[in-house]
Design a protein around this ligand. Sequence first.
Ligand code: ADP
Ligand code: ZN
Length: 522
Amino acid sequence: MSRPQQILPEQILHDVFGYSSFRGPQAEIIADVMAGSDVLAIMPTGAGKSLCYQIPALARPGTGLVISPLIALMHDQVRALAANGVRAAALTSQEDRFAQDDILTRLRAGEIDLLYVAPERANLPGFQSQLDRVPLSLIAIDEAHCVSQWGHDFRPDYRQLKALCDRFPGVPRIALTATADEITRRDILDQLGIDPDHMVVAGFDRPNIRYEVHGKVEEKRQLKAFLESQDGCGIIYARTRDKVERTAEWLKGLGVNALPYHAGLDGRVRNANQAAFVKAEDMVMVATVAFGMGIDKPDVRFVAHMGLPDSIEHYYQETGRAGRDGDPAIAFMLYGAADIGRSRNQIEIAGGINEAKTRADHQRLNALVGFCETTGCRRIPLLTYFGEPAPEPCGNCDTCLTPPETRDATEAAQKLLSTVYRTGQRFGLGHLVSVLHGKRDERVERLGHDALSVFGIGTELDERGWRALSRQLVAADALRIDPEHGGLSLGPNARPMLKGEQSLTLRIEPERTRRTRVKRGT
Ligand code: ADP
Ligand code: ZN
């Protein structure tokens, strides 16, 4: 039997797609699939996942079957492939009977190189028996995180895809996704029967983005100082619509060219604001996370977060909108103890009785807070979170440029926890600091807190130091904070700290990070 001659992947890259070289992990992934292995490829959006299955599908004999969750995505891909002369088709509910029959006829005749279908169709017995009659070059499972119920896009039909793949032994399967934390990733490997040795994670680093994370002291003053050091366009993410509106108004009052964007705005206003931003050379968009998806603006110079994002993945995706042109850009975040408290509350409420989900969500939050509180290079927790090997310190994040001061704060932590406990676990940090500093103000006297054993025991830290410490204790879940009133109470991890079983290193940010303007290329 004569096999059709295999064409080299490099040749397809040049001749069909018109590119000169592979990017990041593409060559490695493609070689692995060409060798017949099953692969899980984890690469960020825009890194070039599609070629990882399109090229081997063309290089190997047979039709490549691509499972994709969204009809719109399928049609985009088919159009782009057709423009390059590739015989691609999408078999979806949008094609009428006649078009569907035509695709199946061409499929049987070996005239389709890539066939896109939704998982629901891929699982239909009728469709599968059609596939039995054609040689397959590979099965690609796009947006593979949909297989995991831990992820945010769980699609039950993805669960049956392993059975589909098993029906075609010897046909390599390649799963692709941009967003996958450790749990989701293991789930994908299990659910699709892929050997963990064939998982490739790469391309996440964005070297031109400078990461900067600061504890909230005075949010407005800090944000204003940051904006004064910036030129060009940027996005400020706020958590609520109300905060978006207020922040945009405040900025306009300061003479900043700012517009709001959130899902509560009239559709026409929203579109107009978005269009204005895309065209602008110097504008700040204040937005909820509803803003940014599918927006193609390469010259966003900064992305600022007022408060914690939802997870490291969200943070990465949102900050990833900065500096797509490759020129220097900044990811700036301000966060405080109340942000962590709010996130913990939301997890408890959303998780309900689903303990496993609650635990996984807390772990995600802890990873995010760990990134915020790190004393080392920011890229280490960021990239290792995505499964890449730890990089060398980058020299392009706040902690590399201005290392924070650290000191052992085990005793100070015990003092703060004791003060929280002795005052009845309901006061905010301001009052607790008064007690620790031994300040006899009106409230302290009225409550009789000057008579407590903890009165005046904590003069070694100033208010800023206590604030940083309390934030870290909230981060460690040794303190819980009422997100509305800021009242602090003991958390589940307070005990080992009070008993001296666990030590704590305090991270104190430099008073002021000296800012240099971001220098543009040329
Ligand atoms: P992803 O699916 O990972 O989000 P895509 O596959 O859509 O990314 O690729 C993003 C862009 O990068 C596309 O315009 C694609 O044509 C381009 N691209 C991919 N690989 C290469 C390459 N090796 N050289 C140049 N451009 C590439
Ligand atoms: Zn660094």
